[in-house]
Write a protein that binds this ligand. Structure first.
Ligand code: ZN
Length: 115
């Protein structure tokens, strides 16, 4: 697995208590992959966490089932369901996931989404 910034560099695995953390050997580079998820820089990793938290509210609140929430997100992002893993999203997909979740959470009637 290569760094997405320093594309010639292999990410170096270290085991941690949270799993395996692959990091770029170049000093100051923030690119990391956890457990083989697609490597991302710091801001993308933060965006993934934010998008995941907001998205999870959809099914944790009971507005949608978890399965249905993922199905709708896949359709919204126009990607196959099996590729709908927020842990692998890029920055743009994270921002669109946030937008998706906000729109549903604010549209309590659910009409726009055919809930
Ligand atoms: Zn790097």
């Amino acid at each position: 697995m290569k760094c997405i910034v320093h594309t010639a560099k292999d990410l170096v695995p270290h085991s941690t208590r949270y799993g395996i953390r692959y990091s770029c050997p170049v000093g100051g580079c923030s690119v990391v992959s956890w457990n083989g998820n697609s490597p991302a820089d710091y801001s993308t990793r933060q965006a993934r966490i934010q998008a995941h938290n907001k998205f999870d509210q959809l099914w944790k609140s009971g507005m949608l089932t978890r399965r249905n929430a993922y199905k709708k997100l896949a359709r919204f992002l126009e990607i196959p369901r099996e590729k709908t893993h927020i842990a692998n999203f890029d920055l743009d997909q994270c921002q669109r996931t946030l937008q998706f979740a906000y729109e549903i959470l604010e549209d309590k009637s659910g009409q726009a989404w055919g809930l």
